[in-house]
Write a protein that binds this ligand. Sequence first.
Ligand SMILES: NC(=O)c1ccc[n+]([C@@H]2O[C@H](COP(=O)([O-])OP(=O)(O)OC[C@H]3O[C@@H](n4cnc5c(N)ncnc54)[C@H](O)[C@@H]3O)[C@@H](O)[C@H]2O)c1
Length: 454
Amino acid sequence: MNISIFGLGYVGCVSLGCLAKNGHNVIGVDVNQNKVDLINQGKPTIIEKDIDVIIAEQFQRGVISATTKAAEAITKTEISIIAVGTPSTPQGHLNLKYIFKVAEDIGKAIKNKNDFHIVVLRSTVLPGTCDKVATILEMASGKKRNEGFAVVDNPEFLREGSAVQDYYNPPLTLIGSDNKKAAERVADLYRELPGEIIVTDLKIAELMKYVNNTFHALKISFANEVGNVCSALDIDSHQVMDIFCKDKQLNISNYYFKPGFAYGGSCLPKDLKGFQTLAHDHYVKTPIVDSIGLTNENQIERAIEMIQRFPNKKLGFLGLSFKAGTDDLRNSPAVRVVEALLGKGAAISIYDKNINLTMLTGTNKDYIDARIPHLSKLLVTDLNELVSSSEVLIVNTNEVEFVKLLRNVTDKTIIDFVRIDDTLLERENYIGINWSIEKLNKENYVSNEDTVLK
Ligand SMILES: NC(=O)c1ccc[n+]([C@@H]2O[C@H](COP(=O)([O-])OP(=O)(O)OC[C@H]3O[C@@H](n4cnc5c(N)ncnc54)[C@H](O)[C@@H]3O)[C@@H](O)[C@H]2O)c1
């Protein structure tokens, strides 16, 4: 394919060399004449392992060149990759002026082109940026999005220092687009690379890099906090984290990675507190560990606030324990939610097949007696009875029996903490604790007494 790359920095230079090596004709565009001259002499614009050889070889083959003139590059190519910088502003926002300038340059250049043009954002940008780029392209070109051109997001995951190695070994290739054909064309650029090619929504692709890098920063900082506690105790932190990483079921795995409700139960809150106290007693600061409980509290408050958006409605809780398949009510976040709502005068019924009050003993019984002493009056033993007597159903545990039931209940508002069943997502009267939430913000959705989701 004939490709133009705007921005010949780390990302642009590596993409230029590697795409050419994989059989494409590539023209680089940069406002910096010095970088353009380097490419036109067969030299890289950056210091990076192996890129000098790749650029020299591809230059010899006559498949790479560079220019400062956007129009010249656009005329000769069918895909343009934007890889200009997106630095932070002093206020911490993303400075998109380079992206928008390139979008304008490309827009003006495609005005006089008959062929369909694909614009790919390789730079790291926040959700919504591709839409803004499309608007600029429409204004500058006079063409319509998805008629004269398409915008695709294709975030770069390489790391400086191992950029070429990373280019050829991506964990995955991510393509966000609202145009299937354009997405397929961009996917064709990467077919020979290992790793899955994932085509998804534009905004998901735009957000991914931020989620990844935030998690990477969290990993480093978590390991450092554990390390600092270990060294205070004269324990080898590397041995600890090596063993930690060997657990591929709960630690290094998909487990515990689904957004939803707060954690609870008898172990996580207790052991988190234990670790915090240990650090504190040894004068070790652990701000990340300390903030975990705050995030959990925030999730409980979020749930309470969501339910309060439906004032004076009869509430039916599906599940009360901290997870499905147990009667353990200790530190169940749902108990906290019910307790808070009862305090505000809410009418509540609860169904949880695992809870038999006469069987509750020990700390489990003490916990519930202290928080909801009249729980027996709220418990309902028949699930259908709970549904018919409630106006808003709150799904707290992932029990199989709830799925079947909820698929057939279409006239009740459902607030879901556990993402019980994806087939419910599109319903107007369904909201998840951190998905499908936009419905809650629609003006006509939540207002007064009579507001029911229909
Ligand atoms: N460097 C990395 O390791 C890395 C990794 C993944 C993603 N990214 C992201 O990729 C993007 C590019 O990063 P980088 O490190 O390659 O940036 P960079 O600063 O090294 O290069 C950007 C280039 O864009 C050029 N440029 C600016 N305005 C231009 C215009 N109007 N027309 C043409 N060229 C123009 C600049 O002269 C410069 O050569 C950023 O969004 C960055 O966050 C970077």
